[in-house]
Design a protein around this ligand. Structure first.
Ligand SMILES: [Zn+2]
Length: 481
């Protein structure tokens, strides 16, 4: 029997507000512990929360971008549990009536178009952070940092629509691109501003009933999502294939060991005793304001991808890669416009620039090559001023020196050689010094021709017009007895 995985994700995304959700403390990452706190976010008795309007605006933007219906009334609720980094003994979240419901996101996986339903988007506050290591007495004590306490989050819950680990990873990647494009999240998974929990179960292929699910917590990279789910799907499939049963539980991904491990079973699961937050009134949004926020949305990655295919006649693949990041898409559009050659701009961005950015471990837009400078290089190739092999060399010199392409080409004499006399001299030289190859060609070995042309290109450092070299080589080889 073959089994099919069923996966749903819960994603926590930190909203990019300057201050926390219920107080005026800064949300800046990396400050010394407990320097961005006040009675509200420390949960001191008598302190009252005041909702940050910007949080509502960003949450609403995200909800629109995920195709959700934004509810005119939503209710904050207390989620009660005890944890050392949660000083109030409850987290303010939304439960029965979330900010937004019933959305959908289109994305691609393995070249196929797919859709995931979004069950809900709700607002909540983050907890503090327990520091279990890094102190001389960390073997005996846990330290607490409350800077993160009260940082605004949205939780995005998907329908169980994902059917493979790659699906889940590709969707998560698309979701990140959307949140970053609309300016509500920085996409920084290493700093924890985007985190993902996955609910996964398996069932016999072709059936509709869901199997018992396990929840895998805190997946903070696309790679971890993919690997943890691959492991978990294989674990559950092996278990049920042998007649065993999956236990409903929470599991953690152990990156080093490459496996998921049980954290707690649902028998110990919390009853959160949700009830409406008495210190905050229902969140009532004017439908006109909700629409206003929708109109402030920029072009979303999926729409931009489709536009790139239509407007620039790019292959789907190129458009998908270029729209993964808004910055890269902006860079491409600027270079394409300045160069007047979109496909060439796409090739440089997806090829040499992305390779260079990866090698240096920096973002593509921080490389010392502006879109205008790249366009200058493309125009030199298109005008026939330099050959393609020389363009690669000029590209490297531009990155190293920051000088424009035309300056490098004239200073270093890299312009294409169209002068027939100069090319002919080089061709004659190659014919003379490669008597064996010439003899083979004349005896009918056609491949030798390419070798001889290559020798000329090498002798001219790639600057000779390949068309002229070909023509002269042919006439000299065939014209002379
Ligand atoms: Zn505070």
């Amino acid at each position: 029997m073959s089994f099919e995985p069923v996966i749903g994700l819960e994603i926590h995304a930190q909203l990019l507000t300057k201050t926390k959700i219920f107080c005026g403390c800064s949300t800046r990452f990396g400050a010394p512990p407990n320097t961005q706190v006040c009675p509200v976010c420390l949960g001191l008795p008598g302190a009252l929360p005041v909702l940050n309007q910007r949080v509502v605006e960003f949450g609403t933007r995200a909800a629109h971008a995920l195709g959700c219906t934004v509810q005119p009334v939503s209710i904050f609720a207390r989620k009660n549990y005890f944890y050392p980094d949660l000083p109030k003994g409850y987290q303010i979240s939304q439960y029965e009536r979330p900010l937004a419901t019933a959305g959908r996101v289109d994305y691609e996986s393995g070249g196929a178009a797919r859709t995931v339903g979004i069950t809900r988007v709700h607002l909540e506050e983050d907890a503090g952070k327990s520091l279990h290591e890094g102190f001389p007495d960390s073997d005996r004590y846990t330290y607490l940092d409350f800077n993160r306490s009260g940082v605004p989050l949205i939780e995005i819950v998907t329908e169980p629509d994902l059917r493979s680990a790659a699906d889940a990873s590709d969707f998560f990647s698309r979701l990140r691109a959307i949140l970053v494009a609309i300016g509500v999240n920085d996409g920084n998974m290493e700093e924890g501003s985007l985190r993902c929990d996955a609910n996964v179960s398996v069932r016999p292929a072709g059936t509709v009933t869901f199997g018992v699910k396990a929840e895998v917590k805190n997946l903070n990279s696309f790679r971890h999502v993919q690997r943890a789910l691959e492991y978990e799907i294989a674990r559950q499939t092996a278990l049920v294939s042998e007649g065993g049963r999956v236990v409903q539980e929470t599991r953690l991904w152990d990156t080093a060991a490459g496996r998921t491990v049980s954290m707690r079973s649902k028998e110990e699961a919390h009853d959160y005793r949700y009830f409406p937050e008495p210190d905050l009134p229902p969140l009532e949004l004017d439908p006109a304001w909700i629409e206003e926020i929708r109109e402030t949305l920029p072009e979303l990655p999926d729409a931009r991808r489709r536009r790139f295919v239509e407007q620039y006649a790019l292959p789907e693949y190129d458009a998908g890669v270029l729209t993964q990041s808004g910055d890269v898409a902006d860079y491409f559009e600027a270079a394409a416009a300045a160069a007047g050659n979109a496909k060439a701009a796409s090739n440089w961005v997806m090829g040499d620039l992305m390779r260079k950015a990866n090698e240096d471990g920096v973002s593509l837009t921080s490389l010392p090559m502006t879109p205008a400078a790249l366009a200058g290089l493309i125009r030199l190739v298109d005008a026939g001023t330099i050959t393609s092999p020389v363009a690669k060399e000029v590209f490297e010199k531009m990155l190293a020196s920051g000088r424009p392409a035309d300056v490098i080409v004239s200073a270093e004499g890299l312009a294409r050689i169209d002068d027939d006399a100069a090319i002919e001299a080089a061709v004659r030289q190659v014919i003379e010094s490669n008597a064996d190859a010439v003899k083979q060609y004349r005896a009918g070995k056609q491949q030798t021709f390419g070798f001889l042309v290559g020798q000329v290109m090498k002798a001219t450092r790639g600057k000779a017009s390949p068309a002229r070299v070909n023509a002269l080589m042919r006439s000299l080889l065939e014209g002379t007895p």
